[in-house]
Design a protein around this ligand. Sequence first.
Ligand SMILES: [Zn+2]
Length: 67
Amino acid sequence: MKNGDKVKAILEWQHSDMHPLTCDNCREKLYPMINDNLEIILACDCGYTQEIIPEVIYKRYKDMREN
Ligand SMILES: [Zn+2]
């Protein structure tokens, strides 16, 4: 999946009625960010980052475009 699609998938998930991914520190909603390896990760304004993105987010994005 291209990074642009990953960003869109994460943003759609975070603004859908699915349970949003939140920061372990401050409980704010995480947002997509690109890291030094040009990989999409999740980040929070407090400095928290999370590299593991649940596959279900990308699956939902693909499913919604196929159906
Ligand atoms: Zn935070």
